[in-house]
Design a binder for this molecule. Sequence first.
Ligand code: MN
Length: 244
Amino acid sequence: MIDFHCHLDLYPNARRLVNQVAAKNRFTLVVTTSPRAWQATSRVFAGHSNIKVALGLHPEIVAQKEAERGLLMSCVSEAEFIGEVGLDGSVQHRHTRALQESILKAVLAECERCGGRILSVHSRNAAGPVLDCIEQYCRVSIPVLHWFSGTLEETRRAVAMGCWFSVGPAMLRGAKGRRILEELPKEKVLPETDGPFARNGSSPFMPWEAMTIVRDVAIAWNMTHASVNEQLDQNLMRLLNTLI
Ligand code: MN
């Protein structure tokens, strides 16, 4: 099992859950919403080599967390993974777009300065501007577009730029997400849940449920479940070996 984007620190019973996740999942990327949360979560989740905690500043809360901007920049050099970062163009977050963009560009520039990082990137209602930033800054870094929901044209642009994608069961619930999946190169896709925000009815998706995408992926790519599983495992290994 792989979950390349979850907010494990935000589940109600996170401390207990982490042992279960470490046992069940081959690899879990825990994204954080602020650099202080990254520091605290890294301490709490230390000791599990298959759980990595990514340094983030979520675009939806840049205004509240602006004071942590300096901390974010100074932590990039010691962080193995970056996320959740990105832009959100939804109506309720549009007023902070200038700040979001300034922070994203600064993070991307710092990642390059540090030799490149793997990033989990948010792009809701802002696919075009996120791709512009990636195009402008990312040379060695590897952006993984989480729950991508752009147009087909934007999807093709992201693919042409060499972006990776993390895809979850919530994204594949709709026809649009499944259509996007058909456009994605098999070797650039990883499973995610985005739990506990992404929910399965009344309960959040659990980090070991990201692999429930296999059924839809097998249909979209006309592959067997076993070969999809193998492909996703290989993708993870290739990505993790890229920056070593
Ligand atoms: Mn998220």
